[in-house]
Design a protein. Structure first.
Length: 234
């Protein structure tokens, strides 16, 4: 078990919502929507790279934030047959049954094609993590983080109006920019990039089988008054 903390002060909107939540005596948690996101990875000249997008400023959830391709589970995603090749392996990695895994896997494949024009199969997916948006956020998601290798015969490109910038990055470079306050990222993205940075190449990252458990960051006010999102990782 590992405990990590992410200050909320870098994001003025996040900090304001956090202060309001901690000061409120009658807290009401927002409803959860299911979602899936995919770390699309490849090998670069100096190690593994991952494809990211920056959400447009007008987005209701995580505006101007760097994320992996992904989105909410749609009703049609529930139609994926439980016999789909590769689904049983994804479900086993995430610790759920195939009927639970099916809509998340379907959403992951669909969203990657819609957002960056890359066609994946369910068998391409690898389970990485399961994160839930903190209770204080008005828009909340129960999200699976999956990973897949970038197909050699395809090209990733921004094909969605929900992002204004996209491309391949080295995890260490993006983490350094985040630490310097140059880019905005949510804790699931930060932790995922830190994990990817520890691998020499994309193949070894995709071969990794991390322990997956439901992760729910919580707001904590430190003794010095600063507010952090504290996360217990499996």
């Amino acid at each position: 078990m590992v405990v990590v903390e992410h200050p909320v002060s870098r994001d003025p909107g996040l900090a304001a919502r956090a202060e309001e939540w901690l000061a409120c005596a009658d807290r009401v948690e927002g409803p959860l929507r299911t979602a899936a996101t995919v770390m699309l990875v490849r090998d670069g000249a100096a190690g593994p790279e991952v494809y990211v997008q920056r959400r447009v400023p007008s987005m209701a959830f995580a505006p101007s934030t760097v994320v992996f391709p992904g989105g909410g589970v749609d009703p049609a995603d529930h139609a994926l047959p439980v016999s789909t090749p590769g689904l049983a392996a994804v479900a086993a990695a995430m610790g759920v049954t195939v009927d639970v895994a099916a809509p998340f896997a379907a959403a992951a494949v669909r969203e990657v094609e819609e957002e960056c024009g890359v066609r994946l199969s369910v068998a391409d997916l690898r389970g990485r993590a399961h994160w839930v948006t903190p209770a204080f956020e008005p828009r909340r998601y129960d999200t699976w983080i999956l990973a897949a290798a970038m197909p050699a015969d395809q090209r990733a490109r921004g094909t969605t109006t929900e992002s204004d910038l996209s491309g391949w990055v080295r995890p260490g470079d993006l983490l350094a920019r985040h630490a310097a306050g140059e880019v905005r990222m949510l804790p699931p993205t930060v932790v995922s990039l830190e994990q990817l940075e520890g691998f020499a190449d994309a193949a070894s990252f995709l071969a990794d089988r991390p322990r997956v458990a439901r992760v729910l960051p919580e707001l904590v006010r430190r003794d010095d008054g600063t507010i952090v999102l504290r996360t217990v990782l499996p």
